[in-house]
Design a protein around this ligand. Structure first.
Ligand code: IPD
Length: 274
């Protein structure tokens, strides 16, 4: 299982830039929704980006496994083997609408733990990256979470996700109601889980929570957040897992406050669906 992590980082960056180039070429042009649902679109560009990433990774690491959003077939099957966990476009709905909060997310996971993570926004050219034990960076700048200490000064992010089941939507609205009235300075749904997490890692956002995301949404950003010094847990503060489909990430001061608000408001620990 010895993996050259420096090479893995180079490959992740090259792949993210390549996929980012495809995204930019089609940005604010007509793109076709190929399947899924209206609330969870997948475009021809998602598919092309995933193909590009899969081929590049296979060229350098032919024995490694691959888990990608667009080739996912119902079960993650995540083993301890080196596995590349890839979201070719996170924030696809933003991409479809020409909104800039969209990115490519690439992680190398070994023993179910992300070892290398890259999140690239091709529109802003912001490249977030981390290798386990080596800190987190945005382009070449070391990043760290904010110093904000209390909720009235905090900017918190969450998302509605793709599920339109009335009970699920109502629960999300109820929890948002509690968060906004805690009170907070700002509550945002920006539309990309990976970029929301990177915004906590780099101190632009003070906390983020969501449930229903998949490993490809969180794997790279989880490493970037932990390497930056943010606290990443399950919604109730217990250990985070990339397959649990629940995330709470914040700076160390905001994390317990946000956790209490969302848990008191009934954030669901089961079932782990969106
Ligand atoms: C989605 C986005 C969205 C979040 C969903 C994700 P996708 O990823 O990150 O903000 O609410 O949970 O699945 O479908 O754009 O790759």
């Amino acid at each position: 299982k010895e993996v050259d992590l420096d090479l893995a980082l180079q490959v992740a960056i090259e792949g993210a830039k390549g996929a980012g180039g495809l995204i930019l070429k089609s940005f604010r042009k007509d793109v076709v929704n190929k399947k899924k649902s209206l609330t969870d679109p997948v475009t021809e560009v998602d598919l092309a980006c995933e193909d590009l990433l899969r081929a590049l990774i296979a060229k350098h690491f032919p024995t490694h496994k691959f888990l990608g959003e667009e080739s996912f077939e119902g079960s993650y099957n995540l083993s301890d083997d080196p596995t590349w966990v890839v979201d070719p476009i996170d924030g696809t709905a933003n991409f479809v609408h020409g909104l800039q909060w969209t990115c490519v997310s690439v992680a190398l996971v070994v023993d179910k733990m992300p070892m290398v993570g890259v999140v690239f926004n091709p529109v802003t050219q912001e490249m977030y990256k981390a290798v386990r034990g080596k800190g987190a960076f945005m382009n070449d700048e070391k990043i760290s979470p904010s110093q904000v200490e209390d909720m009235p000064s905090a900017c918190i992010c969450t998302e509605f996700g793709a599920n339109r089941d009335p009970e699920v939507v109502q629960k999300k609205v109820d929890i948002m109601h509690k968060v906004i009235q805690s009170p907070v300075q700002a509550l945002r749904c920006l539309g990309s889980c990976a970029l929301n997490m990177c915004a906590v890692a780099s101190g632009n956002v003070d906390g983020y929570y969501e449930w229903g995301m998949h490993p490809w949404d969180v794997a790279a950003a989880f490493l970037i957040c932990t390497e930056a010094g943010a606290v990443v847990t399950d919604l109730d503060g217990s250990a985070f897992s990339i397959t649990a489909r629940r995330t709470l990430v914040a700076n160390a001061k905001i994390q317990p406050q946000l956790k209490k608000i969302i848990m008191d408001a009934g954030a669901p620990m089961q079932p782990s669906v969106n």
